[in-house]
Design a protein around this ligand. Structure first.
Ligand code: E4P
Length: 183
């Protein structure tokens, strides 16, 4: 039951990391923009704090994302998890980076079908968007349950990282249904 924080605000991260209960960080371009800081500076600060798993989202077409992802891994090493969208380009990037043993988090996942493709592309993590699914009147934690069952049935090693959470009740439900990580 790992807990990640979904923010690029290093003062919030420092405060909660000090509890010893936080296992990693997920960021995205919106969160980085909100922090008003250079992404590389934020990642370096998090690495210096001792955070061993930081999802760093890349943007652009497949070639641009591959270049950015490899660059991030070269700079930050094993604490870097490259985050890519679950699009045809994103899945291509996932496959390519995974071949180089770089961890990839496939994000923007809304269905078990997308989770299958992420697993096939070798993702370390798949990020189903529980809150946004709920925003659209569907059962978010149930999506986690479906993906977890599917992965267990087929002995898939990709871990399920429940994302876009809005409340503590859903966090508990996601763990109950087998999420490996909640952010
Ligand atoms: C996932 O890793 C995303 O960064 C995030 O959880 C999205 O959450 P939101 O739906 O609140 O934007």
């Amino acid at each position: 039951m790992r807990i990640f924080l979904d923010t690029a605000d290093t003062s919030i991260i420092k405060k909660h990391f000090a509890t010893g209960l936080i296992d990693g960080i997920t960021t995205n371009p919106t969160l980085i923009k909100k922090s008003g800081r250079d992404p590389l500076e934020v990642y370096q600060e998090l690495k210096d704090l001792g955070i061993s798993d930081i999802s760093m989202e890349v943007v652009g077409d497949a070639d641009e994302m591959i270049k950015e992802g490899k660059g991030l891994y070269d700079t930050f090493g094993d604490c870097c998890t490259v985050k890519v969208p679950c699009t045809p380009d994103g899945l291509k990037v996932c496959r390519e980076l995974t071949r180089d043993l770089i961890k990839v988090n496939v994000t923007l996942v809304f269905s078990p079908s997308q989770a299958i493709l992420a697993a096939k592309a070798g993702a370390a993590y798949v990020s189903p968007f529980v809150g946004r699914v709920e925003d659209n009147s569907f059962d978010g934690p149930k999506l986690i349950q479906e993906i977890v069952n599917l992965y267990r049935e087929h002995m898939v090693r990709t871990e399920v990282l429940a994302a876009s959470l809005r409340d503590a009740h859903s966090v508990a439900k996601c763990y109950e249904y087998g999420a490996d990580i909640v952010t």
